[in-house]
Design a protein around this ligand. Sequence first.
Ligand SMILES: *[C@@H]1O[C@H](CO)[C@@H](O)[C@H](O)[C@H]1NC(C)=O
Ligand SMILES: *[C@@H]1O[C@H](CO)[C@@H](O)[C@H](O)[C@H]1NC(C)=O
Length: 389
Amino acid sequence: MFVFALSFAALLCVTSAWPAISGRENDYPSEDESEEVRSAAIKRLLEVFGMEDPPAVHVHKQPPQYMLDLYNTVADVDGVTKDPYLLEGNIVRSFFDKLGSEQVEFKFNLSTVARSEKVLAAELHLFKLRPQGSLTFSRQHFCQVSVYQLLDIRKTNSTQTKKLLSSRLIPVHSAGWEVFTVTQAVRSWMADEDSNLGLHVVVRTLEGSQTDLKLMRFASGRHHHQSKQPMLVLFTDDGRRSAALGSTNPHEAISTSFLSQIPVLDKSSRSARSIDYSEEEVRSKPCQRLPLYVDFEEIGWSGWIVSPRGYNAYHCKGSCSFPLGQNMRPTNHATVQSIINALKLIRGIETPCCVPDKLFSINLLYFDDDENVVLKQYNDMVAGSCGCH
Ligand SMILES: *[C@@H]1O[C@H](CO)[C@@H](O)[C@H](O)[C@H]1NC(C)=O
Ligand SMILES: *[C@@H]1O[C@H](CO)[C@@H](O)[C@H](O)[C@H]1NC(C)=O
């Protein structure tokens, strides 16, 4: 996957390195062409966010509180990851039950999860309601709650119709979210989609007899408020971290260089004057980190992104000419190149490039095509610092 911030900075270094090529700055595309470039650029930006098309925008429900809390735990207001070790994988999805059954049976459609994703953990979240009034003085204080995976006996070649996934004692008088691990079941569903018959919850007294569901009630999608709906939460990793390393080659930088159109989407800053002005600045100031706000509303994505509204990707700009101080964080290679450039020993050796030398990941909380709320982490999205390389 290509890195947006990096390509922008790389392009800048290239354009400022050949200011002498006359006419280059004034070659502006026609309206038609720029519209084409704009849509190609936005399509490429979607790919950076791991999507082919923007998710369909429905009239959205309120995102589950759990997902909002999770987002606020892993990300700051700008979406930047607070602690890269907090979340094990890089995708968290929430699914709502598709059965709406009167029984405590649940089924979740996991078709949006790619086969290649590694399932790290899956949890069934059930909202336990208070017992109904007449049962408040029941002698039972605890019940055993067990979650089973429903099996297709034709496939398993056994007489078992269900498999125990998770079981524990829950106080009868409690109310609130109860979380059960169902990772095994989800792994088997990912391997064979047709085997997904759903989950079944059984409540027993401590003596082992199955209780009626009045003693221990869970909110259902059908009868209770949306905020208490049964939910499956799935933690996966799509391996983007390792893929990103292999694809940052300079050839890709050319084809994606038009991404630099994105930050100048508003027409006022698209004029030739503003570009001349910025080139003037590039030459006069040393390499430094400057703001670059990526506004999802301006790009037209605010309909499906819950958080953040945009983020500061920052960009690196400025000269890397001799002498390079330590504040420019030069590599030894960059120091030598700047010296050769200053000595003019060899023709055509430019000054080093001012580029990000530390990158941070950001988090996106959004609705997918199926109206599931998804949290995704994207590496290398924010320039943490700049240096001469
Ligand atoms: C799951 O969702 C997908 C996409 O919305 C749909 O095409 C598919 O039919 C659904 N599967 C089931 C079993 O409902
Ligand atoms: C089911 O298992 C039995 C013995 O374990 C075996 O003989 C039989 O062929 C199996 N049937 C299928 C459909 O796998």
